[in-house]
Design a protein around this ligand. Structure first.
Ligand code: FES
Ligand code: FES
Length: 163
């Protein structure tokens, strides 16, 4: 069994660890580093629950080895809000539009949306909805997620947050 030393910045904080070569990034983040906002569902890249940002891009952390994150900047759902507690716009939209039920899928959904909305080019509603095709919500909370996307893209209509 091979072991590797890694250095990873997680939510702005440097972390050093020794990990087995076979350890996935999600198991390292959740099990070792304690970022339990990283949820683990299918463990083979289908459900999207484990999505985090690695160097600014949304990544399924069940499909990446921890050792591959050596030297990377990782953001989990815990790292999105401002230090003073102000929610990231994606988190605020999900809250405002009731974009969750049990919340199991929510961190992954939020991380994908946050990865697409942080740049200078505002994504379209269609682009964000298309990105949601990579996320499974077992509660079928898709309409709330869709409303949150409409709020994010400035197209929220007067249809009521809980319609
Ligand atoms: S747990 Fe990673 S995609 Fe499902
Ligand atoms: S809110 Fe329960 S899985 Fe999506």
């Amino acid at each position: 069994m091979s072991e590797h030393k890694i250095e990873v910045v997680i939510n702005g904080r440097p972390h050093r660890a020794t990990v087995e070569g076979r350890k996935t990034l999600c198991d390292y983040l959740r099990g070792d580093a304690g970022y339990t906002g990283v949820h683990v569902g299918c463990e083979h890249g289908v459900c999207g629950a484990c999505t985090v940002m690695v160097d600014g891009k949304a990544v399924r952390s069940c499909l990446m080895l921890a050792v591959q994150a050596d030297g990377c900047d990782v953001v989990t759902a815990e790292g999105l809000a401002e230090p003073n507690g102000t929610l990231h716009p994606v988190q605020a939209a999900m809250r405002d539009c009731h974009g969750l039920q049990c919340g199991f899928c929510t961190p992954g959904v939020v991380m994908t949306l946050a990865s697409l909305t942080g740049g200078n080019d505002a994504p379209t509603e269609d682009a964000l909805i298309a990105a949601m095709s990579g996320h499974v919500c077992r509660c079928t909370g898709y309409q709330g997620i869709r409303r949150a996307i409409r709020q994010l893209t400035g197209q929220a209509q007067d249809e009521g947050a809980h319609a």
